[in-house]
Design a protein around this ligand. Structure first.
Ligand SMILES: [Zn+2]
Length: 274
């Protein structure tokens, strides 16, 4: 099967091949047959503003960083919010010290991809699912005004990742609600995606493939600023995420790609005929 034939096959199979394009408001997944275009007329013509929201800095950069890097590469904006510093991730470095190393790595990595690192320092392993956390994330959403959010899928064996999923769902709702008065005005997030994270694989079914070829090396370099990237804490993140970019690229006919899963609610269609 040659490239164009395979692309046609993938389209026919209902697989979205996404691109973050200049002049677009959001991650465009408009090639998915029958799916309404993302974004809205209010944000037409603006560059993409993508926010990653993760339980730990490693997740934000390794599993969600490529779409953020692509947004800034294409002239948009990017931010990466970590709900915890992931300070308990090392078996040899005390949590307080390791947390600061993670914070510093996240700042440097974010700067290197033209994005901003944001933090809510909830205890690693104990991220609470409560209104305080949801409003704290809501405030970041209202302040940074992302059109696209990438976060954890709920099918995770890690309780912090499950917590992040729950927090983000309600934070997006709170952020958009005019009746909720906060420091910043309401903001509606146009599109929510879930990341392809090795810890969140239960029920993860990608429907969008994003071409990250232009930023792949750059993104890899940013990830390498984290002490844990090369397997120091027991998992070979570098090998996993680099090879996944190749594998996802193979099935989407891009050189390198990341797979994303759109929010089930956003797949709802309002039609008068099929
Ligand atoms: Zn994590």
């Amino acid at each position: 099967m040659n490239g164009s034939t395979r692309r046609t096959f993938l389209k026919d199979a209902g697989v979205g091949l996404a691109a973050l394009s200049i002049g677009s408001s959001a991650l465009q997944a408009g090639v998915m047959p029958g799916r309404p275009a993302n974004g809205n007329s209010e944000t037409e013509g603006r560059l993409a503003n993508v926010m990653a929201i993760a339980a730990h800095p490693g997740d934000a950069f390794f599993a969600m960083g490529a779409p953020v890097a692509l947004a800034t590469h294409q002239g948009g904006k990017g931010s990466l919010l970590s709900l915890s510093l992931g300070e308990s991730g090392s078996s040899t470095i005390p949590p307080e010290q390791y947390g600061e190393e993670q914070r510093e790595a996240a700042r440097k990595a974010a700067t290197s991809i033209g994005a901003e690192a944001l933090f809510l320092a909830y205890p690693d392993g104990e991220i609470p699912v409560n209104d305080e956390a949801k409003f704290a994330v809501c405030d970041f959403i209202r302040r940074y005004k992302p059109e696209v959010i990438v976060t954890h899928w709920r099918g995770s064996w890690h309780k912090d990742h499950q917590a992040c999923y729950d927090i983000v769902q309600d934070a997006i709702f709170y952020a958009a609600l005019p009746a909720i008065a906060r420091k910043h005005p309401p903001h509606s997030v146009a599109t929510l995606y879930f990341d392809d994270n090795w810890e969140d694989a239960a029920g993860f079914v990608p429907d969008t493939y994003l071409d990250i070829t232009p930023v792949f090396e750059h993104w890899m370099d940013a990830c390498a600023m984290f002490p844990m990237w090369r397997g120091e804490t027991g998992f070979r993140y570098n090998d996993f995420y680099a090879s996944m970019a190749v594998a996802r690229g193979c099935v989407s006919n891009f050189n390198k790609a990341v797979a994303l899963m759109s929010s089930p609610e956003q797949r709802v269609r309002h039609v008068r005929s099929l």
